[in-house]
Design a protein around this ligand. Structure first.
Ligand SMILES: [Fe+2]
Ligand SMILES: [Fe+2]
Length: 339
């Protein structure tokens, strides 16, 4: 990474060498546009922009960073017993004596993926500022970019200062971000980021907020999730009605993109990186993540929001539904109820 100015050299934000040592570069061809029509200021997107301005927070001062997190600390008897009932047992690669270590590695993996996803949101939404034609959407997207920068700041500081360990980006997430940054069609960037990535993130953040033990991560995930709710609303507002007016070929491109991104995101939650780092049986770990009822329920909860938005947008096609069912990302009775 490039040299850090002396006065900020000790800022935790700049010390994540494992993440910043390698750049991910994406070549892209896209059409940037300026719009000289500044007149319309009463739309739903503008209202979301007003809300964004009112809800800005400061990661330095609004989060209580004084609380110490003892990474690796033994779980309480009650929490240990509860987690063991899900994670230890037949088919699991996690022996009882490694349960606490697994719990912390899982938290580090999740928070690392939040961090990398936030940077993905930062950069892809910056692309939207350039490429979307509406002035309201450019303005909103710019305010989202500021939100995402703050999210990166908060997670980077938490991972570095409180956990002291970081995982690299999950390959499925990396692939999706690569696809989005090489994409020239702005509505597909919305579909990938505001609908799929942020749709998964908001539930993940809410579950992390209630599930992770320390007050710092609870506070961060709660505050980030409240911003993400507006970002998702922005995507829904921008895309509503759009797919009624496109050609069959254009619709098929969007469907193909969704199918690929659902496949990538489904595989993201198999915890391969955790099994590898803990030197557990990786194949057994992948099998466990795929078939364990708690893990399956977790993925189904994550995808609920995505399914809800795809239905609103008219993009829950038969093929998309089939894939979601085949990948066990939704229970058949829930899918039936969303027709
Ligand atoms: Fe974010
Ligand atoms: Fe976001």
């Amino acid at each position: 990474m490039t040299a850090v100015p002396e006065e900020t050299a000790d800022a935790t934000f700049f010390t994540l060498d494992a993440v910043t040592a390698d750049l991910m570069e994406v070549d892209a061809r896209f059409r940037a546009c300026l719009n000289w029509d500044y007149g319309k200021r009463d739309g739903r997107v503008w209202n979301l922009y007003e809300k964004n301005k009112l809800n800005q927070w400061n990661a330095t001062t609004d989060i209580d960073w004084d609380h110490e997190v003892d990474f690796g600390a033994e779980l309480s008897e009650e929490n240990g017993a509860r987690l063991a009932s899900f994670v230890v047992g037949e088919g699991s690669p996690v022996p009882r004596e490694l349960l606490t270590a697994f719990r912390w590695e899982y938290q580090a993996w999740m928070c690392s993926q939040f961090l990398h996803g936030e940077q993905g949101a930062l950069v892809t939404t910056a692309r939207l500022v350039e490429t979307v034609p509406d002035m309201e959407a450019k303005t909103y997207a710019a305010s989202q970019v500021a939100d995402e920068a703050r999210h990166v700041e908060a997670f980077a500081r938490y991972v570095d200062e409180k956990l002291g360990t970081v995982y690299p980006i999950n390959p499925g997430l990396q692939r999706l971000l690569h696809d989005l940054l090489s994409e020239s069609r702005w509505d597909i960037v919305y579909l990938g980021m505001q609908v799929v990535v942020e749709g998964l993130a908001i539930t993940g953040l809410r579950l992390a907020s209630s599930g992770f033990g320390d007050p710092v991560i609870r506070q961060i995930t709660r505050m980030v999730a409240s911003d993400e709710a507006r970002h998702i609303a922005f995507g829904v507002t921008a895309l509503t009605g759009m797919y009624n007016e496109v050609t069959a070929a254009e619709l098929k491109d969007r469907e193909d993109f969704l199918l690929e991104s659902i496949r990538l995101m489904s595989r993201r939650f198999m915890l391969r990186e955790v099994w590898e780092r803990m030197e557990l049986d990786v194949e057994a770990g992948l099998r466990f993540a795929r078939t364990n009822p708690m893990m399956a329920t977790y993925r189904q909860m994550l995808f609920q929001q995505v399914i809800h938005v795809l239905r609103q947008l008219g993009m829950l096609s038969e093929k998309v539904k089939r894939l979601l069912l085949d990948e066990n990302l939704v229970r058949p009775e829930i899918m039936a109820a969303t027709r």
